[in-house]
Design a binder for this molecule. Structure first.
Ligand code: C2E
Ligand code: CA
Ligand code: CA
Length: 405
C-alpha cells in the first residue's frame, strides 16, 4: 500500500506497552519494513547498535524510568547523527518544544514532536517527512567552525546573506525578508549559521564584526532593491553579545540613510531569552525604537521571560518559535499556546509572525487564528539576494492553496 516506507527501519522507545502496541500497529499498517521496540533508553541504544539495517527513525518517549528521553536522544546523536527523531510526550507541547530545540542543538533531525494520543494521519506525515528530509539534513549539516576560520571568512569577505520572504496573510503580499547569515567555503559550499553564530558569540568583538557585516550587506541590498522598484522591508538578527561599546542605533541609522532608506524599513530581531537581564540591552533596544526601527522578539515561547516582561518593552513584532507552529493543526496544546501568544501580541499592539510553517494545514490554522505574517519553507526557503526579484515576481498566494496538504 505504501511501498515508499517498506525500506524504513523504525524504533519505538516507550515504557508504556500500550503506546508501543498502538504505534507498532500503525507503522505496520503503513508498510514500514522493520519495526524495533525498546521499553527504556539503554535498551534503545542497544537496539540501534544491533539492528540489521540502520535505524532511520526513532519515536522516543520523553518521560521514562532510567535514562530519560533527552539522555537517550543525546546518546543516539553521538552514535547515529543521521537518525531522524520524534519526541513523544503526554505532557503537552511546552515540554516538547524545549526538547525539540535541545535535540536540534545536539544535531539531531527532529521531524516532528507528538503529543499523545496519535492518529494514523500524524504518523503517516512523520514517515513522509522522514523520507522527504533524509538527504537534506546530512548534506547541509555543518560542523562547528573554529574562531579562526570565522575570522578568515569575515576578512576574505565570504560572509553572505540569504533572504527568506515573510508573507502577510491580510493581503497575501510579501511583507519583507529576513536576512540570514551564511559563510561561503571554497570546499563545502554554503555553511549554515548553526556552525558559526554560537562560536562567534563567544567573543563580543567577533560577533560584532560578523553582525555589522550582515547589517551592512542586507541594508545596502534592501536599498538597491528599493531603487530598482522592489520595496521590501528587511529584518536582521541581532545577538545581544554584539550590543556593547558601539552605539548600534546610531551606527545602523547611518548605514540606513546611506542606503537611501528610512529606519522603519528595518526590523531588529532579538531572541526572547536574551532580552531580559542586561540593562544595556534594554537601553539599546529602547533607542532603536526611538529611532523608528522595528523591533521583534524572536523565538517567542522558548525563553523563560513570561508575559510579564513584555509589557514594558517597546517591541513591534512577536515571532512565535517554530516549535509551537510546526504541526499545530494536529496538536491542541500547541494551538492553545499559539492562540494565547496571538492574543497577547495583538493586545500589546504587535504584529505576530509564525515561523517554520512547512505544511498547508498549519498555514490554514494560522489564517483562522488571525496570525499576521507567515515565514516558512511552505512559502519560501532562504535564498540568495539574486533570487529574490524572481521570487517576488512569481509569487502568488493562491499557489499555496494549490499545494497538497
Ligand atoms: P532564526 O532567527 O529563528 O531564523 C529562522 C531559521 O529558521 C532560519 O534558519 C530559517 O532557515 C529556518 N526556517 C525558516 N522556515 C523554516 C521552516 O519552515 N522549517 C524549518 N525547519 N526551518 C525554517 P537559519 O538560516 O539556519 O538560521 C538559524 C539561526 O541562526 C537563526 O534562527 C538565527 O538565530 C541565527 N542567525 C542567522 N543569521 C544570523 C545573523 O546574522 N546574526 C545572528 N546573531 N544570528 C543569526
Ligand atoms: Ca530571526
Ligand atoms: Ca526565530
Amino acid at each position: 500500500m505504501h511501498p515508499t516506507y517498506s525500506a524504513l527501519t523504525v524504533l519505538i522507545v516507550d515504557d508504556s506497552r500500550c503506546i508501543r502496541d498502538v504505534l507498532r500497529e500503525m507503522l505496520r499498517e503503513l508498510g514500514v519494513g522493520l519495526i524495533l521496540e525498546a521499553h527504556e533508553g539503554a535498551q534503545a541504544i542497544a537496539r540501534c547498535a544491533e539492528s540489521p539495517t540502520p535505524v532511520d527513525l526513532v519515536f522516543c518517549d520523553m518521560a521514562m524510568p532510567g535514562l530519560d528521553g533527552v539522555q537517550t536522544l543525546r546518546a543516539m546523536a553521538v552514535a547515529h547523527p543521521e537518525i531522524a527523531v520524534v519526541p513523544l510526550s503526554g505532557r503537552g507541547s511546552r515540554l516538547l518544544a524545549s526538547v525539540t530545540r535541545l535535540a536540534e542543538q545536539i544535531g539531531l533531525r527532529v521531524v516532528a514532536a507528538l503529543s499523545k494520543p496519535f492518529t494514523m494521519e500524524m504518523i503517516e506525515q512523520v514517515l513522509a517527512d522522514t523520507v522527504r528530509t533524509r538527504g537534506e539534513h546530512l548534506h547541509g549539516k555543518p560542523r562547528a567552525m573554529s574562531a579562526e576560520a570565522i575570522d578568515r571568512a569575515i576578512a576574505e569577505r565570504r560572509v553572505e546573506v540569504y533572504y527568506q520572504p515573510k508573507i502577510s496573510l491580510a493581503d497575501g503580499s510579501i511583507a519583507g525578508v529576513e536576512a540570514l547569515a551564511r559563510i561561503r567555503d571554497t570546499e563545502v559550499g554554503i555553511i549554515d549559521p548553526s556552525a558559526f553564530i554560537e562560536v562567534a558569540e563567544q567573543d563580543p568583538e567577533r560577533i560584532e564584526r560578523l553582525t555589522m557585516e550582515v547589517i551592512r550587506q542586507s541594508i545596502e541590498q534592501t536599498g538597491f532593491w528599493r531603487r530598482s522598484g522592489l520595496g521590501l522591508k528587511v529584518a536582521i538578527n541581532l545577538s545581544t553579545q554584539a550590543i556593547h561599546g558601539v552605539d548600534l542605533p546610531d551606527a545602523i541609522s547611518a548605514i540606513v540613510s546611506g542606503a537611501g532608506l528610512s529606519n522603519d524599513c528595518v526590523t531588529m530581531e532579538i531572541t526572547e531569552s536574551r532580552v531580559i537581564h542586561r540593562p544595556d540591552v534594554l537601553d539599546t533596544i529602547t533607542r532603536f525604537r526611538l529611532r523608528d526601527f522595528g523591533l521583534a522578539i524572536d523565538d517567542f515561547g522558548t525563553g523563560e521571560s513570561g508575559l510579564q516582561r513584555l509589557k514594558g518593552l517597546p517591541f513591534t513584532e512577536l515571532k512565535i518559535d517554530r516549535g509551537f507552529v510546526a504541526g499545530v493543526a494536529n496538536d491542541a496544546d500547541a494551538r492553545a499556546i499559539l492562540e494565547t501568544s496571538l492574543e497577547l501580541g495583538h493586545r500589546l499592539d504587535m504584529r505576530v509572525v509564525a515561523e517554520g510553517v512547512e505544511r498547508k494545514r498549519d498555514w490554514r490554522v494560522l489564517e483562522d487564528l488571525g496570525c499576521d505574517e507567515i515565514q516558512g519553507y511552505l512559502a519560501a526557503r532562504p535564498m540568495p539576494a539574486q533570487a529574490i526579484p524572481d521570487f517576488v515576481g512569481a509569487w502568488n498566494i493562491a499557489s499555496v492553496s494549490a499545494l497538497p496538504t
